[in-house]
Design a protein around this ligand. Sequence first.
Ligand SMILES: C[S@@+](CC[C@H](N)C(=O)[O-])C[C@H]1O[C@@H](n2cnc3c(N)ncnc32)[C@H](O)[C@@H]1O
Length: 255
Amino acid sequence: MAWNPQQYLKFAQPRLRPALDLIARIGTTRAQVVYDLGCGTGNITRLLAERWPDARITGVDGSAAMLAQAAQPPSPIQWVLESLASWQPETPADVIFSNAALHWLPQHRTLFPALAAMLAPGGILAVQMPRNFLAPSHTAIHDTVHAGPWRSQLEALITPPPVSEPQVYYSVLQEQAAALDIWETEYLHVLTGKDAVKEWTKGTWLKRFLECLAEPERSAFEAEYAQRVAVAYPPLANGQTLFPFRRLFILMQKR
Ligand SMILES: C[S@@+](CC[C@H](N)C(=O)[O-])C[C@H]1O[C@@H](n2cnc3c(N)ncnc32)[C@H](O)[C@@H]1O
């Protein structure tokens, strides 16, 4: 999928908040080797560098466009263009951090223990992923797929939610864990602008559906989805749109 940093960063502030909440829970861990998996435009990686100024910080991402933005302005952070599906750390990590990225990868029952195995003893795995795939923002995509002439082209993109129940992560991580804290938070994001929820998902989950279509179907699909999602999340009289959004947090310390 081709990521667009400008579209993604339209809602930089509400997207940042869960990452800040996760970083705040990490505690006083000392770290020399820190990885940010799916670092995107690197704004959160820079916060990790502030948190551990003496550590070697590496941001890993599969999108050249996102990393090009991450690399500006220059910093001591290493930016690595690589698929997370094949990524391995050079040395055992003190911190593996990932905000809003691992839901793009399949097979979490094997992925998460594999990431934990890449930690040094006492190391931290800190992950945040959306868990709102059955919310109207996402089901309206499916409804739009089924309602139009694009159905046969797009139906295969409708997949089961990529993020499992919280208990699954507990069960696959607890064997390697000295401490394991898993929780969910539902944020009430307050969005501004026209078609706010459509613009939000256009930066993430909606993208691959749009990318499969040529014009004029692409614009027609986008307009129909915008209509559906505006019914589910109507703008308030002040022009703002409330967008409830559930997210899963996993914080593990390795034995
Ligand atoms: C929603 S953005 C989050 C970016 C950043 N972590 C943040 O919170 O601002 C997801 C990022 O994960 C990256 N990503 C998704 N799947 C990936 C994969 N299989 N390999 C490498 N990067 C991937 C995308 O390129 C994108 O930059």
